[in-house]
Design a protein around this ligand. Structure first.
Ligand SMILES: Cc1ncc(COP(=O)(O)O)c(C=O)c1O
Length: 381
């Protein structure tokens, strides 16, 4: 099948690399290929690209350059923040997170729990918003880290991050408030300091940058142990030769994204609304999180009497790529932990699909996609 005939609605899993990001990546790899830690002219060239990119990326989040450390992606940043601070603590230290986090946070939290630390997995309501009273009660003088994602990757539902950060700091000013903003930064401009976010995980491939590059943001004043040991790269925080080409690609992607954000968000929101409304008028369905704030690019739809795996395969055959929004274990359909936490009825928990739009979504895509979904469902019935 011609690539141009295939409709890609899985941007929340990964979005295509922007041309400018690819060019910046290629140019850096070709012209500034030296090790950025070396002592000669070509190394200095790579180092300059690295530091200029760091400065620009920091400015996109109203952060300082030394608050930015480059990682291999969002998973590494989440693991680093959540696991390493417990290394030298006794087991009175606690962690609070939520039941709807991405696996990168959940598995890190479970790892901490397996080492004897108390971990509070705070529940959410039916719309996917964290239960604030339960969250408040979980924070105490032993809470080392509180980790809440800005927005959920399966539903797009946005959490009251600023309020939650304030709750944490009022109870325990020493608790580090971490937020996985991987999905949010795809379509939102965030000012970490204003939001009360003290550490964050960012991933390049959700913004149109290369895969295998990400950012760990850590507010000035905090220090956490290194995750990778070896050389003294990244201000001695993260060992390993720095992926300067990836960093340059990420900076270029972010620059283009920020320049176009308002118009892209408007277009994506419009197309998503047309898509959802057209489907709602013709098929029995429920849009998850419809009554609360959601990221504009994610639409999680619960279909009536249609298994998501069956529909996903049929859509693929009809030229549309979507996902269930959660990992599938060797063919066995495992219900999403996010939908389970939202207490979605067992009868319909496997009837959900995630449709996610992105920076190269075109005017008219909403209607075109709704037509394909309707046609596919008709064929299945
Ligand atoms: C919310 C969230 N956190 C973390 C990650 C992991 O990021 P990466 O793929 O860069 O490791 C993802 C990617 O799916 C995500 O959606």
């Amino acid at each position: 099948m011609n690539k141009n005939d295939y409709i890609y609605l899985d941007h929340a899993a990964t979005t295509p690399m922007r041309e400018v990001a690819f060019e910046a990546y290629k140019k850096t790899e070709m012209d500034a290929y030296a090790n950025s830690s070396g002592g000669h002219a070509l190394s200095r060239k790579a180092k300059n690209i690295l530091e200029d990119s760091r400065e620009f990326i920091a400015s996109c989040f109203s952060a300082a350059p030394n608050e930015i450390t480059f990682t291999s992606g969002g998973t590494e940043a989440d693991n680093w923040i959540i696991k390493t601070p417990y290394i030298d603590k006794d087991t009175t230290a606690e962690l609070t997170t939520t039941q709807i986090e991405h696996e990168a946070v959940l598995a890190s939290a479970e790892n901490i729990h397996s080492k004897g630390f108390n971990v509070n997995f705070v529940s959410c309501d039916g719309e996917g918003i964290t239960n604030i009273d339960e969250f408040r009660k979980s924070i105490n003088s032993n809470t080392l880290i509180a980790s809440v994602m800005y927005a959920n990757n399966e539903t797009g539902v946005v959490q009251p991050i600023q309020e939650m950060s304030k709750i944490v700091k009022d109870i325990n000013p020493n608790t580090l408030f971490h937020s996985d903003v991987v999905q949010a930064v795809a379509t939102k401009k965030l000012n970490f300091h204003n939001l009360g976010i003290e550490s964050a995980a960012i991933s390049g491939h959700k913004i149109g940058g290369p895969k295998g590059i990400g950012v760990m943001f850590l507010k000035t004043g905090y220090k956490i142990p290194s995750f990778l040991h070896g050389g003294k790269q990244e201000l001695e925080r993260r060992a390993g030769t720095v992926n300067v080409s990836g960093v340059a690609g990420l900076a270029a992607a972010l620059k283009e994204q920020q320049n176009n954000l308002d118009k892209d968000v408007e277009l994506i929101e419009n197309e998503k609304t047309i898509f959802e409304n057209n489907l709602k008028e013709n098929i029995e369905l429920r849009v998850v999180g419809e009554n609360v704030e959601r990221l504009c690019h994610i639409s999680n739809i619960q279909f009536k009497d249609i298994n998501s795996e069956t529909l996903m395969v049929a859509l693929d055959l009809n030229g549309m790529g979507v996902s269930r929004g959660s990992a599938c274990a060797s063919g066995a359909q495992k219900p999403s932990h996010v939908l389970k936490a939202m207490k979605v009825d067992e009868q319909v928990i496997n009837n959900h699909l995630r449709f996610s739009f992105g920076w190269n979504t075109q005017k008219g895509d909403g209607l075109k996609c709704a037509e394909i979904v309707k046609k596919t469902i008709k064929e299945l019935s």
